[in-house]
Design a binder for this molecule. Structure first.
Ligand code: C2E
Ligand code: MG
Ligand code: MG
Ligand code: MG
Length: 286
């Protein structure tokens, strides 16, 4: 009896491991097809400038609707693409699609910046002169000034002079660099003074318990002060409630992004959204 009791959790664990393993193998296979055969989509989430209340930036977020498994999160399938050597194909597809759509938006009269996510591996696979990405941007008739590349602070965990070279090359061409998910990467902060960074995106987890949690409030205020003093701009991610909006309206943050403003959406919905959006206003605190 005792032995069996010990054994059962292990068997369950084995089962789950096998299931995860076979799902991953399946995803690797199907993702390769999806990338090559047009099975991926991009959704765009508006980012609002707090000074004007207007949408000035978008974030491109990749979507994969699997025929049998349903929607698969990019948090699951981007690592799968990395494992099976498809990360460059995925990254190029995302950049091409986002640039083509940004150009369409521009022709429709919307002058916006487009933020593109890059995983650490994607970023590390870019040549030191950044030309692969710069030439995609230019191919679509855009200026690099219209593009923001979002990288995460985990990139800086192995100090690497090549990151500095790539970042410098992209910025020299006019691209902006943002740190995504700021504060979640177990990274030291010294990269903030070593690397030229334009924008810091504060992770949603820092505002989840605001207003109301005094510790979180102090932490956020400290972060906002440091980033602002260093001359970088701040985006707060994941704003969901009017109470958060009221709280944030009296804090020095430059940009807001979250479900309260809009969820990520396909281009045709975005075009309607942009035509009808009256601007971000701060809800009255009650
Ligand atoms: P991220 O770059 O931090 O993107 C923000 C995530 O938060 C998105 O999830 C977005 O849909 C979600 N979000 C935005 N506002 C809210 C809110 O108010 N509440 C909540 N609960 N969530 C909100 P998504 O689209 O599932 O993407 C997850 C992550 O996958 C992204 O996190 C990014 O790291 C990665 N990712 C997405 N698209 C790409 C891509 O094209 N390339 C790469 N390399 N990674 C991508
Ligand atoms: Mg992002
Ligand atoms: Mg983020
Ligand atoms: Mg994230």
């Amino acid at each position: 009896f005792g032995a069996k009791q010990k054994h059962e959790p292990l068997a369950l664990y084995d089962d789950e491991l096998n299931r995860n393993q076979s799902r991953r193998i399946r995803l690797q296979h199907d993702l390769t097809d999806a990338i090559q055969q047009g099975g991926l989509r991009l959704h765009y989430q508006p980012i609002v400038d707090t000074a004007s209340g207007r949408v000035t930036k978008l974030e491109a977020l990749v979507r994969w609707q699997h025929a049998e498994l349903g929607a698969i999160s990019p948090m699951e399938f981007v690592p799968v693409a990395e494992e099976c050597g498809m990360v460059q194909a995925l990254g190029d597809w995302v950049l091409n699609r986002a640039c083509a759509d940004l150009r369409r938006l521009e022709l429709a009269g919307h002058s916006l910046l487009m933020a593109i996510n890059r995983s650490s591996l994607e970023f590390q696979s870019l040549g030191l002169d950044g030309n692969e990405w710069l030439s995609i941007i230019e191919h679509h008739g855009l200026s690099p000034r219209q593009i923001i590349f979002e990288i995460t602070e985990s990139l800086f965990m192995q100090g690497n002079e090549h990151h500095l070279e790539r970042i410098t090359a992209l910025r020299k061409a006019g691209c902006h660099i943002a740190i995504d998910d700021f504060g979640t990467g177990f990274s030291a902060l010294n990269y903030l003074r070593t690397f030229p960074i334009d924008l810091v995106k504060i992770d949603k987890s820092f505002i989840d318990h605001l207003p109301g949690n005094q510790k979180d409030g102090l932490l956020l205020e400290g972060i906002l002060r440091i980033i602002g003093d260093l001359g970088m701009q701040v985006v707060i991610e994941g704003m969901e409630t009017p109470a958060q909006a009221a709280y944030l309206s009296t804090r020095p943050c430059h940009f807001l992004q979250g479900y309260l403003i809009a969820r990520p959406m396909p281009l045709r919905e975005l075009l309607i959204f942009l035509e009808t959006y009256a601007g971000h206003t701060v809800p009255a605190a009650d």
